[in-house]
Design a protein around this ligand. Structure first.
Ligand code: ADP
Ligand code: MG
Ligand code: MG
Length: 249
């Protein structure tokens, strides 16, 4: 589904990613871990197509085609979802209306009609039940006064409604409490299928107690320095990152 080939990325002339290779197949969950400043958020932003980065070398292939020339909106239409894409507060726009607009914008870009209201309602009902989201939450203004957990709930609801092929969840927030982590985990687990894939960026091994990744990668200083399975995350929790870093520096 996603193939990252020898990706080198700069910001303001500074080398941030220094040759990333990553293959993600349908049905897989990949966790990307690593110390602060390693380039994890840069990697997720580059996949989603944020434009402040210079791609010097390498390629990002999604479903067989290079996406480097596509805008973030076009990548979203192809089924790439990045969490925290819309962290803005929008007074007067409800959680429901925001997600409806996002769905219909995507359809419009594909030359399709708006989703019929009855179908939208059914989808909304199905996903809010799945994720145990109540009606009061759906009619709140987007992100206004949301707690950390509510922001996560909103994000996960958007993800469930949009049904992306590839979700990239960048769990940057060190203030996330255990309830918020559980909301994310439940959302990922319940929307998981053999057709979609998730890249989960986290420095918390704890999140991986709730989401079992197929692969764990350690990103350090712009490179993936170690890959393994879920046992690697457990080892990192016990031993920290230093033992991995020592082997490369
Ligand atoms: P992580 O998510 O692993 O903590 P980041 O991708 O946020 O790492 O950052 C990687 C490196 O890139 C850091 O050294 C950071 O200072 C630098 N960086 C990130 N964004 C920018 C930016 N917009 N301008 C300049 N440097 C940046
Ligand atoms: Mg950081
Ligand atoms: Mg980060």
């Amino acid at each position: 589904m996603l193939k990252i080939k020898k990706l080198h990325v700069n910001i303001d002339g500074k080398k941030i990613l220094k040759g990333i290779d990553l293959d993600v197949n349908p049905g897989e969950i990949h966790a990307i871990m690593g110390p602060n400043g390693s380039g994890k958020s840069t990697l997720s932003s580059v996949i989603a197509g944020r434009e402040e980065f210079e791609i010097n070398k390498g390629d990002i292939i999604f479903e067989g085609e290079s996406i480097l020339e596509l805008s973030p909106e076009e990548r979203a239409q192809f089924g790439i979802f990045l969490s925290f894409q819309y962290p803005v507060e929008i007074p007067g726009v409800t959680v429901t209306n925001f997600v409806k607009t996002a769905i219909n914008e995507t359809r419009k870009a594909r030359g399709e009609e708006d989703m019929p209201a009855s179908e939208m309602l059914k989808l909304m009902r199905e996903k809010s039940e799945l994720l145990k989201i109540d009606r009061a939450f759906l009619s709140r203004s987007l992100n206004q006064g949301f707690s950390g957990g509510e922001k996560k709930r909103n994000e996960i609801f958007q993800m469930a409604m949009l049904k992306p092929k590839l979700s990239i969840l960048d769990e940057t927030d060190s203030g996330l409490d255990i309830d918020a982590l559980k909301i994310v985990a439940e959302g990922v687990n319940k929307t998981r299928s053999k057709n979609n894939a998730t890249i989960l960026i986290t420095h918390y091994q704890r999140l991986l107690d709730y989401i079992v990744p197929d692969f764990v990668h350690v990103l350090y200083n712009g490179k993936i320095v170690k890959s393994g399975d879920k046992e690697l995350a457990k080892e990192l929790e016990k031993r920290g990152y230093d033992w991995v870093i020592e082997t490369v520096s």
